[in-house]
Design a protein around this ligand. Structure first.
Ligand code: SF4
Length: 449
């Protein structure tokens, strides 16, 4: 299959061919075959088939969907990796009518998978949202697309209109545009914005207690999770498990960038060795490291590139899958300088309500910048690690913990560089161009309106 492209607000985005191992992804499951945004309901039905959802409450159908999704082993594709069907228990028990929220905020700057999905296959996401709404007894679906993501919003709005005109929308579906920002896509921050127009993450001791909007329980799913769910509702759990591994079934979307020929969104079978995924994207040079998961993810050393791309093996290798971001860092680039840039960006994205995040992250970013430039003494690595320990676990959300993980992994993967930089010998790459992507507006506190 050839590589296709799509237009986005940020230029052209490539959609790569599917990459399979541990079972082949013989065709794109998720991204459809449309070349233009907005989908088309007839094309969607022609490709995927009509999805039958009962008009009225149908307990046997509800139970069959729950069982199918549980048996499929689908876990959320938004970063937390939570079993999808388990999210429904807390809202189903409520006496108030639940809401379904589609989280397509994609605040991670290096990720394009959800906007690719909404652009190419919006009806698949809507199908999944309608399935969840019918299972939990919701009356409406709210789709959240960041206010800087016009293409995806226009695509899904067009798809909603098509369903309304065709008379097949079973629920009231609205598209809302929260302010773009790294933290705004965090589940509790997004619900806070829907409830109070302020995207502030909430400390959640017991995650089995449902989040609420106007005192109504809310179930939040990532856009890709819903698209996967729509296919499971059609084809069943055994079909879903035809790719991937027993422990990590199915396929997933990844955004690959950096030292690759085709920076692109790819669909890959879980369990595919990371090196095969990078080869599929046309890795172009020797690598000094690979950033996995996103800007709150972790660095992986090149010697571990045979690791299967699945949650268990990635965790065992010290990395994470996060939101499916893979950035290949070419040899000669400075992993410490890249980490300092990311830490500075992440410090600017704090929601500003927890001390370790507000004061700790800028301090870590400053130390890293000094280290990368070779302007600090030998104590700087110990000081960074000490700050990391002080920060970890003390925020209301996991934002600072992600930065801590990334920084610790950088100091481990680039340990030789760190020693040389701390001794006043920075590598030539520290002042080179970044391979990371940062939004223009990196410092504005756009999470609170
Ligand atoms: S940890 Fe940081 S981002 Fe999370 S709520 Fe606190 S200040 Fe905001």
């Amino acid at each position: 299959m050839s590589v296709a492209t799509m237009d986005t607000d940020n230029g052209t985005l490539t959609l790569g061919p599917p990459t399979g191992a541990g079972g082949d992804v013989s065709d794109q499951r998720l991204l459809g075959h449309h070349d233009a945004g907005g989908g088309n309901l007839d094309d969607h039905w022609a490709q995927y088939g009509v999805l039958l959802i009962p008009d009225r409450d149908d307990p046997p159908w509800r139970e069959s969907v729950r069982e199918a999704v549980s048996a499929s082993g689908l876990v959320g594709r938004g970063g937390a990796g939570f079993p999808s069907a388990r999210k429904w228990a807390s809202v189903s028990a409520s006496r108030r009518r639940p809401m379904v929220v589609v989280n397509a905020m994609e605040g991670e700057p290096a990720s394009f998978k959800d906007r690719a999905l909404l652009y190419r296959s919006p009806h698949l996401v809507l199908d999944g949202a309608e399935v969840v709404a019918a299972v939990v007894g919701a009356s409406e679906v709210t789709i959240c697309v960041a206010d800087d993501n016009r293409s995806a919003a226009a695509s899904v709005e067009q798809a909603v209109t098509e369903r309304n005109i065709a008379g097949v929308a079973r629920f009231r579906i609205s598209v809302v545009r929260p302010p773009a920002g790294y933290v705004t896509g965090e589940e509790s921050a997004l619900v806070s914005w829907l409830d109070r127009q302020r995207a502030l993450p909430m400390l959640r001791i017991d995650k089995s207690v449902a989040l609420q909007v106007a005192r109504r329980p809310v179930v939040v799913h990532n856009a890709e999770t819903l698209a996967q769910l729509a296919l499971i509702a059609r084809h069943g759990p055994q079909w879903f498990r035809q790719v991937g591994t027993a422990e990590a079934p199915g396929s997933t979307l990844v955004t690959i960038s950096g030292a690759v020929r085709d920076g692109a969104v790819f669909e890959v079978a879980l369990g595919t060795p990371l090196i095969d995924i990078l080869r599929g994207a046309g890795v172009e040079s020797e690598l000094s490291g690979v950033l996995l998961g996103g800007y709150g993810g972790a660095w992986l050393r090149p010697s571990l590139l045979a690791t299967p791309y699945a949650p268990g093996p990635m965790t065992a290798a010290g990395a994470t899958m996060g939101v499916g971001v893979i950035v290949a860092l070419p040899a000669g680039s400075c992993g410490l300088a890249e980490t300092a840039r990311i830490a500075r960006y992440m410090a600017g994205q704090s929601a500003g309500q927890c001390g370790p995040c507000v004061y700790g992250l800028p301090a870590v970013a400053g130390d890293l910048e000094q280290l990368a430039a070779g302007q600090e003494g030998p104590d700087v690595v110990g000081r960074i690690l000490s700050r990391a320990s002080t920060i970890e676990g003390r925020g209301a959300c996991r934002h600072p913990d992600g930065v801590v993980r990334l920084v610790r992994s950088a100091l481990a993967v680039f340990a030789d560089d760190a020693r040389a930089h701390a001794a006043g010998r920075p590598c030539p790459g520290h002042a080179g161009a970044t391979v990371m992507r940062f939004p223009q507006d990196t410092t504005a506190q756009r999470w609170a309106s």
